[in-house]
Design a protein around this ligand. Structure first.
Ligand code: DOR
Ligand code: ZN
Length: 348
């Protein structure tokens, strides 16, 4: 009789997460806290989190909404939303707070709630200078926003138009190229200096762009950056499972109500927190790299951010777990990734 495959690892962190706000928080925090000790909380609320004061208030609302057993242990790592008007002095305030760990650059119009994002990054150079001095990482949604650029080419164009320049101008700035989706991004990150890292989502590792059109239009597979060709997915798998410390786990789990996804103009975002580590285990197992999962999920992120590694452990087993069709999300419902299907791994 073969024993069920089992894997014990240091409890991971999620280096890119959307939990929304208020009534929506309790619906999603239970999934995250079960799997992760910490999470980088995205600041793209309807009213974006642009200051340390707002980040502190948002953090308090998150802590209030945590399941009781994680109230004292789960650490929401807050981020600020960069705008054309962010002041360099805000970076010092953010650093001194102890709870703001990064600043997010959304090019204005690139994605959900990004209209108040940056329209001119050069106008933010004094802020980037302050961030480099304070050791505050810049998290980048790396897509150009020009509507004339093909949606599948926006990440590649962003590297050429913006990223190369920023990295040359600010060699001391820590940069996380978030949710990378292309071979071009993998190659760029690998060849860049050590202050450049990248997060990779489970959905970009599991799906290529065919998944958006599988027998019809599939709004629950629509996210930004959009899913790409198979050759890009293969490059992401190679990067994630390589052991290279520049690449780490960031789910970009992004819940939306079912009604705003299943609409004539549906929102971008895929909810994956219910399989936040299990989906990666499936990917690493298939790639013959389960022995590298712990470093990707639990070591590379804190090492990059200069934070201590966690000590707590979790155990994964190769036991299938069913996934619900939908779950309560505020006073509506949300359709999770692989709804009605199953996770091939489960957590004890
Ligand atoms: O798919 C996405 N959803 N991509 C993003 O960049 C934002 C996110 C969201 O907030 O829904
Ligand atoms: Zn995101």
């Amino acid at each position: 009789m073969t024993k069920t495959k089992k894997l014990t690892l240091i409890k991971p962190d999620d280096w890119h997460l959307h939990v929304r706000d208020n009534k929506f928080l309790p619906s999603v925090l239970a999934d995250t806290t079960k799997r992760f000790c910490r999470a980088i909380i995205m600041p793209n609320l309807v009213e974006p989190v642009t200051t340390t004061k707002l980040a502190g208030e948002y953090r308090d609302r998150i802590i209030d909404a945590l399941p009781n057993e994680y109230k004292l242990t789960f650490d929401p790592l807050m981020t600020l939303y960069l705008t054309n008007n962010t002041k360099p002095s805000e970076i010092k305030t953010a650093r001194d707070s102890g709870f703001v760990h990064a600043v997010k650059w959304y090019p204005a119009g690139a994605t959900t709630n990004s209209s108040k994002g940056v329209s001119d990054i050069v106008a933010c150079y004094d802020v980037l200078e302050a961030m480099a001095e304070e050791g505050m990482p810049l998290l980048i949604h790396g897509e150009v926003t020009d509507p004339d650029v093909d949606v599948f080419d926006r990440e590649k164009q962003f590297i050429e138009q913006f990223l190369i320049g920023i990295i040359q101008n600010f060699p001391d700035l820590k940069v996380v190229f978030e949710h990378i989706t292309t071979k071009d991004a993998v190659e760029f990150v690998k060849s860049a200096h050590a202050n450049v890292g990248a997060t990779i989502t489970a959905h970009h590792l599991l799906l290529n762009r065919n998944a958006i059109f599988q027998g019809g239009i599939r709004p629950h597979h629509y996210c930004l950056p959009i899913l790409k060709r198979e050759l890009h997915r293969e490059a992401l798998i190679a990067a994630a499972t390589s052991g290279d410390k520049k690449f780490f786990l960031g789910t970009d789990s992004a819940p939306h109500t079912k009604s705003t996804k299943e609409s004539s103009c549906g929102c971008a975002g895929i909810y994956t927190s219910h399989g936040g580590i299990e989906l990666y285990a499936e990917i690493f197992e298939k790639a013959g790299a389960l022995h590298r999962l712990e470093a990707f999920a639990s070591f590379h992120g804190p090492d990059f951010y200069g934070l201590p590694r966690n000590r707590e452990k979790i155990t994964l087993r190769k036991t299938p777990t069913p996934i619900v069709d939908e779950f309560t999300f505020g006073d509506e419902v949300c359709v999770p990734f692989r709804a009605g299907g199953q996770l091939t791994w489960s957590i004890d």
